[in-house]
Design a protein around this ligand. Sequence first.
Ligand code: PLP
Length: 445
Amino acid sequence: MTLLTNKMKGMLKMFVSENLGVNENGHLTIGGIDTVDLAQEYGTPLYVMDEQVIRSNLRRFHESMQKYYDGKGEVHYASKAFSCLEMCRIVASEGDGLDAVSIGELYTAVKAGFPMEKVGFHGNNKTDEELEYAIEVGVGHIIVDNLPELRRLEKIAAEKGVKPHIMFRIKPGIDAHTHDFVKTGQIDSKFGFALETGEAFEAVKEAVSCENVKLVGLHCHIGSQIFDIDPFVEAAKVMLGLIAKIKDNLGYEIAGLNLGGGFGIKYLNEHDPVPFEKYLEKVSEAVKSECARLNITQPMIYIEPGRSIAAPAGITLYKVGARKEIPNIRTYISVDGGMADSPRYILYGSEYEAIVANKANEERTEKVTIAGKCCESGDLIGENMPLQHAESGDIIAVCATGAYNYSMSSNYNRLQKPAVVFVNNGQSRIAVKRETLDDIIRNDI
Ligand code: PLP
């Protein structure tokens, strides 16, 4: 057993993700690879994803599903968190499903050879083109959000002579104590049918009488980056109550219950997320006992984790340009990316840990503002961030950026989107190429 010195303990504390380490050169490593070498080889800004972390997170979910819910469930990775061909291939090779929310995410899955019967298609405003495409490529479920969509789908299915399986997105009215922008389960939400008002039950009545769609499940998603188990348990109970009501009043059995995603992860050292296993243990217990109490058959359970699969696997590497010290105010460390590749701080005030990759064995002695290069004062990656003394030419790693960074990136200021590199046991490979200047103008006439 290695005894840790105080300095080593301090160093380990700055690594929010377990796959990060320090090598003999004092450089940060990910998946056993020197991040300074990665920055040199592939350029910066650079998204780096550790394949082993993605696989292990997927397995933790589906193995817990097996253990606590007797395998009567499926894990559908929420591809909005991070989607590209390679990610879809990895999820497919683990035997898991996918949650897609646009024709673009569906197309990516199709092109990756994903088994489309394991895909759930979401969206609060799907177009006819998207519904037709979802049917053509044979998605497993279409999660219907509203009555006009149900009616359009019924018509499209009739024209095509098919009977797609649908679920209904329900607002269970659960307050998950999270950031307002990502709270989706309450009544004031653009997503789904409200339960309290009776809207959901009325919609189910209409759906069960449809000839060209088959209602097979109910769906809810109560928010994101949730640390508590209780709201998930509560949501499951509320949804089972609706399933029981449908059975008692309409004699119709709902076979599937999709409980969405939203499991919190460690972005900062002080974050203490509940292990996924615990979540699945508690929710499975609640589902089993509630089904017995309500005298309904245990439904097939689906979950849709996104952030918890992808975020801990990723880091973003930047090169430091200017260091600007404003006495008694703050120190700005400007990097070669910013809100275009890392939009979550400007959108939600979301915080990250950062490390100077080439000084990873040094203490973080300063508190700085990491600024991007966009022409926008708010273009910050974070404020008050503990960091080693950073100077021009240093490489900064921002941790836990694997979800909702690449997928939410933009070309603001006509910046080229960074490359995505996957690392796996000491090997790296490019998964998404860095955009070229010609990519920037490729659709301009
Ligand atoms: N499912 C649905 C319907 C969602 O809207 C989201 C996120 O917004 C997710 C799953 C994934 O959530 P998370 O990445 O927090 O696990």
